[in-house]
Design a protein around this ligand. Structure first.
Ligand SMILES: Cc1cc2nc3c(=O)[nH]c(=O)nc-3n(C[C@H](O)[C@H](O)[C@H](O)COP(=O)(O)OP(=O)(O)OC[C@H]3O[C@@H](n4cnc5c(N)ncnc54)[C@H](O)[C@@H]3O)c2cc1C
Length: 332
């Protein structure tokens, strides 16, 4: 899911940072998805990328909070419409208290997208090595990266993008690792909901559903901050798959519940839903890109732009908003 809507609502972000800073993050995310889409098109990367609307569902008994969220988004210049219970039911056959339907998102096959972009980078001179970085030394004019195999890389600029495993030199008080589980059905293109919108809800357990180009339904969520160790996380796949299957049946009763794949993964989240992008404080020439939450692909694109521009000499107020050493709200 290439969503521009952030894990933290605009309402929550505004409460923490004020409207101007909150809406700047939302608009940056909206524009990042648009630029990512046009880049993929321009580079001709085959990744089954499709323009999609997103449907943010009310998780509780009332759509009031979503209605307020929609009003605030309008004020920020963000696109989208609020649907009350009756309109949502009539348009999407989904029974919830309300929803916001928004244009501007997309979906794609992440493996094809990753391989395609790497192939372009390699074609332009990038070199890829498989090795573990164990130490960083920024005391000289260039940065030294010591690898576990004993070799050392020397570079003018180093960008850390090691997912939820951060090296010791990166310290942030707002991030936490979180695991997530997902299942995919066998193809059933005849059973997909209207327009294959990207469905999500920001409930306590988080839930999202999308379809693939082949007509599979993918549903995921059931996130946990307690279980991040890979073996323990994977051991929960059968139980989480059962829960997700039940949630699919409740969300979309027309779905055929033939589950062909199930998996889990761990990713990095922040208490304010914003990424950690920018220079690593206390070092020179080392930059970091972490804390993407559920917007991994959108925020990684934004990180590439912001850090690339910074190394080339230009800065952005977003780098203050996403600073690694920012003070954020306590964990949600
Ligand atoms: C089940 C699931 C579903 C998701 N769905 C979506 C979605 O639909 N849309 C979306 O935008 N995001 C989604 N996300 C989030 C997204 O996957 C992540 O935010 C994203 O993968 C982070 O990308 P990354 O490259 O920063 O880190 P990662 O993908 O975690 O990659 C980091 C890499 O660094 C390597 N590494 C770690 N330490 C070192 C070291 N010391 N030296 C060398 N290499 C190292 C790791 O082995 C790994 O290969 C999902 C996450 C999960 C778990």
């Amino acid at each position: 899911m290439l969503l521009w809507e952030i894990d933290c609502s605009l309402t929550q972000l505004t409460e923490v940072y004020g409207f101007e800073r909150a809406s700047r993050a939302y608009l940056a995310s909206l524009h990042a998805v648009a630029r990512l889409k046009s880049l993929v098109m321009q580079l001709g990367i085959a990744s089954e990328m499709r323009d999609r609307n997103s449907l943010l569902l009310a998780a509780g008994d009332t759509g009031r909070q979503l209605h307020e969220e929609h009003d605030l988004r309008k004020r920020a210049g963000l696109p989208g419409d609020f649907l009350d219970h009756a309109t949502l039911l009539e348009t999407f056959s989904i029974a919830r208290a309300g929803a916001i339907v928004s244009p501007g998102s997309a979906d794609a096959d992440p493996m094809q997208l990753a391989r395609g972009t790497l192939a372009v980078a390699i074609g332009r001179g990038a070199r890829i090595f498989e090795a573990e970085a164990v130490q960083f030394d920024a005391s000289a004019r260039s940065v030294g990266v010591l690898l576990k195999n004993g070799r050392e890389i020397e570079a003018r600029s180093v960008v850390l993008a090691t997912g939820y495993v951060m090296p010791d030199i990166v310290r942030s008080t707002v991030h936490a690792a979180s695991s997530s589980w997902a299942i995919a059905t066998t193809p059933q293109p005849e059973n997909i909901w209207k327009d294959g919108v990207l469905i999500w809800e920001d409930s306590k357990d988080y839930l999202y559903a999308r379809s693939t180009a082949a007509g599979r339904i993918i549903i995921g969520g059931e996130d946990s901050r307690e279980v991040v160790e890979p073996d323990a996380r994977d051991a929960l796949i059968p139980e989480k798959s059962r829960l997700l299957t039940q949630k699919l049946a409740a969300l979309w009763p027309a779905a055929r519940l033939d589950i062909e794949f199930s998996w889990s993964g761990t990713f990095d989240t922040t208490s304010d839903g914003l990424p950690l992008i920018g220079p690593v404080p206390g070092t020179k020439g080392i930059y970091a890109a972490y804390g993407y939450g559920g917007n991994g692909i959108t925020f990684s694109f934004l990180a590439a732009e912001l850090i690339g521009d910074l190394i080339a000499g230009s800065t952005s107020p977003l780098l203050r908003d996403f600073a690694l050493d920012r003070d954020g709200p306590p964990a949600r």
